[in-house]
Design a protein around this ligand. Structure first.
Ligand SMILES: *Cc1c(COP(=O)(O)O)cnc(C)c1O
Length: 382
């Protein structure tokens, strides 16, 4: 379809926007345009493509579909989630100040703290679950508020609409890393955010077979700036990787529903279990921000964090005892994964204000049979 499919529902847009049959051959699936350059009829006269860093038709299809799913107008895709983050920060200049959540993906903190501070950007890490703390951290030179919601790995939420209302009148832009919820369960642009960011490696790709990133925006000026930086800095995804992400995207709706149903069953089991001290899942009424989750999200996703009665020792034992939940970093794929963030995904925040509890166990609940996953968790808790 040529427009962004606003008359259709989410699952329909995921399969059709940007993905009309290819005109030359009728191929139903968008081809992998594995080419670095495009023939020109005359100098500067071409069919919209010149050089594949600037644009590639497979990537265009993915970007159109992603833009539609977030109710945005434009998407820009990257070679990884961190490449997307880097490119967003390249909009800023030395001296600019960024407010960032104090519970974010470990690699985000590493990029900000170890790379961009050297280039003159300054960061404050605050509890973005408390909108007043965000407001209090604003300085005259604040240019960006960086939110993750739900956060990785503590699954805290930020009130996106409230924070956006604080930021807008001051000309501060709000970025939401929406990797955990995916556009199926949360659409930050609808809540007033300026930029939605994804590691498409996770739920959007969904099959643990590709690394990628994306940003989605509604504002044309912002898009022009990001598109310029995407081409200028060059961290673009290849045609095959774009194709893999697009292939994953088609089933995002059905996968997210299955992730959530399984996660809810496991969260309820954990909550009842005598060896479990705390379960964190936004879909449980016991979550500190359950009311906000219901208001802001369309569902609660597939990520669960927990702390066992036996602390770190028990957590370390649990992650090696599961049979279906594979001990591995990453998340959002069809297969269930289990990990210990303090020692694995979040090792880079050790000793910082972002340090996570040593005994915290994180589950990425996959879409296997619910009863098999429940039984696997039960046998691992001894
Ligand atoms: C994985 C992840 C990233 C980084 O994405 P890559 O594709 O690994 O570069 C950023 N944010 C969140 C929330 C993530 O989980």
């Amino acid at each position: 379809m040529k427009n962004n499919g606003t008359q259709y529902g989410f699952a329909t847009r995921a399969i059709h926007v940007g993905q009309d049959p290819e005109p030359a051959t009728g191929a139903v699936v968008v081809p992998i345009y594995q080419t670095s350059t495009f023939a020109q009829d005359d100098i500067g006269v071409h069919k919209g493509y010149e050089y594949a860093r600037t644009d590639n038709p497979t990537r265009t299809a993915l970007e159109e579909a992603l833009a539609a799913l977030d109710n945005g107008h434009y998407a820009v895709t990257f070679a990884s989630g961190l490449a997307a983050e880097t490119t967003v920060l390249l909009m800023l200049s030395a001296g600019d100040h960024i407010i960032c959540g104090d519970d974010v993906y470990g690699g985000t903190y590493r990029l900000f703290d170890k790379v961009f501070t050297r280039h003159g950007l300054t960061f404050d890490y605050v509890n973005t679950s408390n909108s007043d703390q965000v407001a209090a951290a604003i300085r005259p030179e604040t240019k960006l508020i960086w939110l993750e919601s739900p956060t990785n790995p503590l699954l805290k939420l930020a009130d996106i609409a409230t924070i956006t209302q604080i930021a807008k009148p001051r000309g501060i832009r709000v970025v939401v890393d929406n990797t955990f919820a995916s556009p199926y369960f949360q659409r930050p642009l609808d809540l007033g955010a300026d930029i939605v960011l994804y590691s498409t490696t996770k739920y959007i790709g969904g099959h643990s077979d590709v690394v990628g990133g994306a940003v989605v925006v509604a504002d044309e000026g912002l898009y022009t700036q990001l598109k310029f930086l995407q081409n200028a800095a060059g961290a673009v995804p290849g045609a095959f990787d774009s194709w893999l992400v697009l292939r994953g995207l088609k089933t995002l709706a059905v996968r997210m529903r299955a992730h959530e149903a399984n996660a809810l069953a496991i969260a309820r089991l954990l909550e009842e279990h005598p060896l479990v001290e705390q379960v964190i899942y936004p879909g449980l009424p016991s979550h500190a921000q359950y009311e906000l989750a219901q208001r802001q999200m369309h569902g609660f996703g597939g990520m669960i964090s927990l702390v066992l009665q036996g602390g770190e020792t028990a957590g370390r034992k649990m992650v090696t005892r599961t049979k279906l939940f594979t001990l591995a970093e990453s998340l959002g794929g069809v297969e269930s994964l289990i990990e210990l963030p303090a020692a694995m995904t979040h090792a880079s925040v050790a000793g910082s204000t972002l340090e996570v509890p040593a005994g915290l166990v994180r589950l990425s609940v996959g879409i296997e049979e619910e009863e098999d996953l429940v039984a696997d968790i039960e046998q691992a808790l001894v």
